[in-house]
Write a protein that binds this ligand. Structure first.
Ligand code: AP5
Length: 229
């Protein structure tokens, strides 16, 4: 944790950006640095799929094809998770909201808990580079730490820097076809949220084509400013 002072209500930060923009990578780094909890609807949905819940069964095929899971399923999952005690430290929303319906549902949830959005941060990247980023991605099966074949390689080959695990896995929706569909869904349904949050006065744009640590430094500055003013 850094030594900055925080407002009375727990901070709420949103990371916006297309698949591969670095939302998950940066959210994990922010969690470590500031102590806020990363809430990834993608991770929550993958856990529901693995557990075989009704929501997971409904989401499975849609996710593999690169489409968006229904608003109601995602909103229900997010509402349950954000009510858990650890979220009282503040949250980083990674991959939520993704539609205007979800954004409006989040507004209602936050009003109910007397919270507000401190910043909606758009990670700005070029679509063309996203396919390379996603195709090279893998994660540690033990702790979920993310790696990349070229951009983020474990210090010791095949061994997770974070937990020492040796089992690595790749996502079922990281195929070229599904990535194309995910980028399309982003531009059609999620990119309009950039104006939505701009109109609310909470939008911040960050260039996210540079190296991971460089993006993290810029993002850290934006988060510090947004949560201490
Ligand atoms: P989700 O899990 O949210 O996936 P996504 O949005 O497609 O985003 P990614 O996880 O692919 O990318 P990222 O931005 O987190 O990048 P990362 O940090 O991993 O959603 C998956 C699916 O679930 C959706 O398609 C949908 O079906 C469903 N879903 C989820 N939320 C939903 C919602 N709210 N509503 C409806 N449906 C929903 O980085 C990628 C790679 O690049 C990594 O290998 C990383 O090491 C590397 N990298 C990161 N930053 C850099 C950098 N600066 N330079 C070089 N490499 C980098």
């Amino acid at each position: 944790m850094d030594g900055t002072s925080h407002p009375a209500t727990p901070p709420v930060l949103i990371l916006l950006g297309p698949p591969g923009a670095g939302k998950g990578t940066q959210a994990r780094m922010l969690e470590e640095r500031f102590g806020y909890v990363q809430l990834s609807t993608g991770d929550l949905l993958r856990a529901a799929v693995a557990a075989g819940t009704d929501a997971g069964k409904a989401a499975d095929a849609v996710m593999k094809a690169g489409g968006l899971v229904s608003d109601q399923i995602v909103i229900d999952i997010l509402r349950d998770r954000i009510a858990e005690p650890d979220c009282a430290q503040g949250v980083i929303l990674d991959g939520f909201p993704r539609t205007t319906v979800q954004a409006e549902a989040l507004d209602t949830l936050l009003i109910e808990s007397s919270q507000q959005i401190d910043a909606a941060i758009s990670l700005e990247v070029d679509d063309a580079a996203m396919v390379t980023r996603i195709a090279g991605r893998y994660t540690c099966a033990g702790c979920g730490e993310g790696y990349h074949d070229s951009f983020k390689i474990p210090t010791r080959d095949g061994i997770c820097d974070n937990c020492g695990g040796t089992e690595m896995k790749r996502r079922a929706d990281d195929t070229v076809e599904a990535v194309g569909a995910r980028l399309e869904a982003y531009h059609a349904q999620t990119a309009p949220l950039i104006s939505y949050y701009d109109d609310k006065g909470v939008l911040q744009r960050i260039g996210a084509m540079g190296p991971i640590d460089e993006v993290a430094t810029t993002l850290g500055r934006v988060v510090t400013a947004a949560t201490t003013t």
